[in-house]
Design a protein around this ligand. Structure first.
Ligand code: SAM
Length: 215
């Protein structure tokens, strides 16, 4: 496939998989149409880069389904002035989308090889406001806290307290919570010291590891 074909596939992805399912934020849809997802997937999977599902990225991990990337970003209500934390960098694709939406993005990956690879791709593509860190993101990333939004791209047994603590006033946490095979997407909102939780749709993510994950 050439760049023109990828561009057409990306436009169809946005129309048929994302907007058709009710994600309608115009700025987000334009960004989903611009970020070259095919550069974040393994070479063998290029023909499926814009397909309606997750794909393997090695080390037993996946790049999330495009619709889920868009939905979680929409639920986070990211503004262009925001500082955002992502837990679970994986391929770096979700971080690239967040980087286009926000002023500054920090993303933490527990598998050092994936962190290094994602950092390389993001640098090559010029996403200079996205900072990749290797480590246990279930602890958040204290150095650059607080965050206007925290997006967790792996399934947790419950919302980790350090992530709630690292939310700014008015900040949101979007996180899949539940058992290893089945989770629900939770949206937490902080107001002062109060935390309000809403439950969104059912999802299936790989497990969050680490201190506040599945160990
Ligand atoms: N957002 C990614 C993307 O766009 O490709 C997909 C993330 S993948 C579904 C989940 C990732 O979370 C995996 O790469 C996994 O290694 C990582 N992960 C799991 N537990 C973690 C932890 N405690 N801290 C940081 N990353 C973690």
């Amino acid at each position: 496939m050439n760049e023109d074909e990828f561009r057409i596939a990306r436009k169809r992805m946005v129309e048929e998989q994302i907007a058709a399912r009710g994600v309608l934020n115009p700025r987000l849809l334009a960004i989903m149409e611009s970020v070259p997802r095919h550069l974040f997937v393994p070479a063998d999977d290029l023909p499926w880069a814009y397909a309606d599902g997750p794909l393997p990225i090695g080390y037993g991990q996946t790049i999330s389904q495009p619709y889920i990337v868009a939905l979680m970003t929409e639920l986070l209500q990211v503004e262009s002035t925001h500082r955002v934390l992502e837990v679970g960098t994986g391929s770096g694709y979700q971080a690239a989308v967040l980087g286009q939406m926000a002023a500054e993005v920090h993303t933490v990956e527990v598998i050092p090889e994936l962190a290094a690879q994602a950092a390389r791709i993001l640098t090559d593509l010029g996403y200079t406001n996205v900072h990749v860190h290797a480590g246990d993101g279930s602890l958040g990333w204290l150095e650059t806290a607080p965050y206007d939004g925290i997006l967790v791209a792996a399934a947790a047994p419950s919302a980790p307290q350090p992530l709630l603590d690292q939310l700014a006033d008015g900040g949101r946490l979007v996180i899949p919570v539940g058992s290893r095979g089945f989770q629900q997407l939770e949206v937490w909102r902080r107001t002062g010291q109060e935390f309000e939780r809403q439950v969104n749709l059912a999802v299936a993510f790989v497990p969050l590891r680490g201190e506040h994950g599945w160990k």
